[in-house]
Design a protein around this ligand. Structure first.
Ligand SMILES: [Zn+2]
Length: 105
C-alpha cells in the first residue's frame, strides 16, 4: 500500500511517517502486506485503525493507496483508492490514537 501525507509520498525512513510525515523515530509495522515506517507506535496504531475502518465501511478487501491531508489537531481527510474505486473520509484521533471522529466526506 502506498501512503501520501499532505501531498508527499511517505512510509519510509527517508520520506517520513506514513501517518504524520515526521522523519524522527524508528517504528516499522506491516500494514496490508507492506512494511511501512512510522515515527512512533501511536501513529502506527492510528494508521492501522484508519485502514480497518475504511475496509469495514467500504467492504473492500484491499486498499492500494491512502492519501492523508491534515494533522493531529485539525483531523485528516483520507482518500482511499482500491483498484479504480476511491472513497473519502474524515478522521480524527484522540491522544491514544483511537478514532474519535470518522465520517464520510
Ligand atoms: Zn508519525
Amino acid at each position: 500500500m502506498k501512503a501520501l501525507v499532505n501531498g508527499r509520498e511517505a512510509g519510509s525512513k527517508e520520506m517520513g511517517c506514513a501517518l504524520c510525515g515526521a522523519t524522527w523515530g524508528n517504528h516499522h509495522e506491516e500494514v496490508e502486506g507492506e512494511r511501512l515506517f512510522f515515527c512512533c507506535d501511536l501513529c502506527a496504531a492510528g494508521f492501522r485503525r484508519t485502514v480497518e475502518e475504511i475496509k469495514r465501511r467500504t467492504g473492500w478487501d484491499y486498499i492500494d493507496e491512502i492519501q492523508l491531508v491534515g494533522n493531529y489537531h485539525a483531523g485528516r481527510t483520507v482518500t482511499a483508492i482500491s483498484g479504480g474505486r476511491s472513497a473519502r473520509f474524515y478522521v480524527k484521533f484522540n491522544e491514544d490514537a483511537e478514532i474519535e471522529t470518522f465520517r464520510e466526506e
